[in-house]
Design a protein. Structure first.
Length: 201
């Protein structure tokens, strides 16, 4: 459990770093024939935010769900756990990346006697560098038509996040969810997008 929590911290920490440079990049895609004006309500899919092995919602998953719910309700969608128009799924894709870091050099001299007893020294150098492995990830949010069970909109952070920082993850989650939903162009019951639709942007 401690290892899993540490990995969440590492992969989400990069959002804070990228946020200082304008926030994470976001890619979106949607079904071009879907009329979003017929969607008024939402609910989360049962498996959203849950640990894949233990089948329970993690603290990180709960924070993500709270942020997404606030955005959906802010856009006019009401929570309906019985017959929602949209189902919301979210997850974090992860991968491991190795980074080679240079370490301090060490040195010495290889000596030999030259002519006339004069010593000749050749400097020797080495590198005590190390290889660090970090967990990096991307946040993905899917909106699914409940009747057809097909994804109609997807938003995800377009850059693989993560660093060796030590940040409280709630700030990173807010950054990711905020960036993704800033690119969501519709409001509940409205067919016309509020912002231009850019598939795969």
């Amino acid at each position: 459990m401690a290892v899993k929590r540490y990995k969440w911290l590492i992969l989400l920490a990069g959002l804070l770093v990228s946020g200082c440079a304008g926030g994470p990049r976001v890619y979106t895609d949607q079904d071009p024939v879907t009329d979003f004006g017929r969607y008024h309500s939402y609910a989360f899919v049962e498996a959203a935010g849950k640990d894949r092995d233990a089948k329970y919602t993690t603290l990180t998953g709960q924070r993500m769900e709270d942020r997404i719910a606030a955005r959906m309700q802010g856009y006019g969608y009401r929570l309906d756990i019985h017959r929602p128009d949209l189902l919301v799924d979210y997850h974090v894709n992860t991968r491991e990346q190795q980074v080679v870091r240079s370490g301090p050099s060490y040195g010495g001299y290889y000596g030999s006697s030259g002519r006339g007893g004069i010593g000749v020294g050749v400097p020797l150098f080495g590198d005590t560098g190390r290889v660090d492995t970090y967990v990096r990830g991307e946040v993905v949010v899917d909106l699914i038509d409940r009747e057809t069970n097909k994804t109609v909109w997807e938003g995800k952070t377009g850059n693989w996040m993560g660093s060796d920082g030590d940040f409280y993850p709630d700030d990173a989650i807010a950054e990711a969810i905020g960036a993704i939903f800033a690119s969501y162009p519709y409001r509940a019951g409205q067919s016309a997008p509020v912002i231009p639709v850019q598939n795969g942007n």
